[in-house]
Write a protein that binds this ligand. Structure first.
Ligand code: BES
Ligand code: MN
Ligand code: MN
Length: 462
């Protein structure tokens, strides 16, 4: 039976297995789900075994385990390493979901007329890495596995992949491959397939601003003693100028400026600003002066408050001058910014702009390097050929705003080209309520991955 026929015949089962995986609430950020995160690892291991892996094991780390699998058919053939993550983001706020986040349902939407699977992790990343296991199973069943295959599926991507570096460094030989396939990004649309060639990096900070040594009556002291929330807001506001340019000294020193031609090419990607605004229900976009939306997301760094708190937020009104205020602030980085350096620049600047009326603490949570991958490697060309075959259209390279910090480490330590072979859409609501993944995306992804293996073997042997 051909790969395509096997996929067709097993469609319902392929879908139901993914739904089972989505029922496991493997939220890595929240210790309350610890057992579920381990259960998801077990599920992945068993799926690899059933698909035909010779090796499928759970590799313990200081945190959540990494599932490793392999099928080596012939050491003279090229080897593909698949990376993905079985952990998911917290589903909060639950009340904004139309159906419970860990009880997947399939519903039609205007963008997915054939149905989309609504569940936390459906697009990020369970639905996407699971396509690789199913493509592997289909290739095995049809006796047509064209390359050796290895899997490395981790459980801490959403919390910074703290233990993956160590695992990669300790297992370089075992992870050796000719290409690394990662399906954890977007395409422009089903009509406009694309392959991601750039990801932003990240420096994630938390700040604490303290005024007086206790909460104060805002009448007795208000106007005379610093309100740390007011001060924090002013400090944050001052970190961007009127052109939305970040004011931290040295912040842009290492930012690679693209040539006019490179920028032109980037902006040739299909993009409709009115549609973009319409889908988000915003009257206007907002960002750094002198750059288009595509550029603001793809090639420019950011500074954003992810959360801010302090003072009284309960029912009714309480008059208080709080003692403390806090914020979580992230910066998306672009080549060649270094997150340790940026975290340091942030800390120095934040302390420098704090008025004498407050004390501040700054800490870096986690970070990661930006990455740019080649759009002319053998792997890229195989991915391009595979997409052209299944979508009937040649994909274009794009640069995305999200981060997969481990990609840069793979480039440096494993020395093979990562291919960001994502099949999701930016409207899939990643990290948001009602996350979903198109059923069609899932199946076309499986088919395209199988096609990749065929093309990669052919192109590697030329
Ligand atoms: N899959 C995403 C990254 C992504 C999303 C890339 C959309 C391109 C387009 C990944 O799971 C993720 O959420 N990454 C975090 C990284 C952070 C925890 C270090 C991110 O981008 O916020
Ligand atoms: Mn992801
Ligand atoms: Mn994510």
């Amino acid at each position: 039976m051909s790969v395509a026929a096997f996929i067709e015949k097993n469609k319902d089962r392929f879908l139901n297995e993914l739904l089972d995986l989505l029922r496991i609430p493997s939220v890595s950020a929240d210790p309350k789900f610890k057992n579920d995160v381990f259960a998801a690892a077990q599920f992945v291991k068993e799926s690899l075994q059933k698909a035909g892996a010779d090796v499928a094991e759970i590799c313990e780390t200081a945190g959540y385990p990494i599932v490793y699998g392999e099928k080596i058919i012939d050491s003279s053939l090229p080897t593909v390493l698949v990376y993905g993550h079985y952990d998911v983001q917290p589903a909060d706020p639950y009340e904004l979901w139309d159906s419970p986040p860990f009880e997947p349902v399939i519903k039609k939407t205007s963008i997915h007329p054939e149905g989309a699977i609504f569940a936390r992790g459906s697009a990020d990343d369970k639905g996407q890495f699971y396509m690789h296991i199913k493509a592997f199973e289909a290739m095995m069943a049809s006796g047509e596995l064209p390359c050796n295959i290895k899997f490395m599926i981790e459980g801490e991507e959403e919390v910074g992949s703290d233990n993956l570096d160590k695992f990669v460094l300790a297992n370089k030989e075992r992870l050796k491959s000719d290409v690394i396939l990662i399906s954890d990004t977007h395409m422009i649309s089903m009509k406009d397939p694309s392959i991601t060639v750039g990801l932003r990096g990240m420096a994630y900070m938390e700040v604490e601003v303290t005024g007086s040594n206790r909460d104060l009556h805002s009448g007795t002291y208000g106007g005379a003693v610093a309100n740390p929330i007011n001060v924090l807001c002013q400090m944050i506001a001052s970190m961007k100028d009127e052109n939305e340019h970040i004011t931290i000294p040295g912040f842009y020193d290492k930012v690679q400026e693209l040539t006019v031609q490179q920028r032109q090419r980037l902006n040739e990607a299909p993009f409709n600003l009115d549609e973009y605004k319409g889908k988000l229900d915003i009257a206007d976009v907002h960002g750094e002066k002198g750059y288009t939306t595509i550029e603001r997301v793809g090639i420019r760094p950011t500074l954003d408050v992810n959360g801010i708190w302090g003072g009284y937020t309960g029912e009714g009104a309480k008059t208080v001058l709080p003692s403390k205020a806090f914020a979580k602030i992230s910066m998306r980085l672009v080549p060649d910014q270094d997150w340790h350096e940026i975290a340091q620049l942030f800390e120095t600047h934040f302390k420098a702009i704090a008025p004498a009326s407050v004390k501040v603490k700054v800490k870096a949570h986690h970070g990661g390097a930006p990455a740019v991958v080649s759009d002319s490697s053998v792997g890229y060309r195989a991915a391009e050929a595979a997409m052209e075959e299944t979508f009937g259209k040649r994909p274009i390279p794009t640069r995305e705003g999200g981060s997969i910090p481990i990609v840069a480490l793979f480039q440096k330590e494993l020395g093979s080209d990562p291919i960001l072979f994502g099949f999701g859409l930016d409207t899939d609501a990643l990290h948001s309520p009602n996350e979903h993944y198109g059923v069609k995306n899932y199946f076309i992804g499986i088919e395209t991955i199988a096609a990749f293996f065929k093309h990669f073997r052919e192109l590697s042997q030329q």
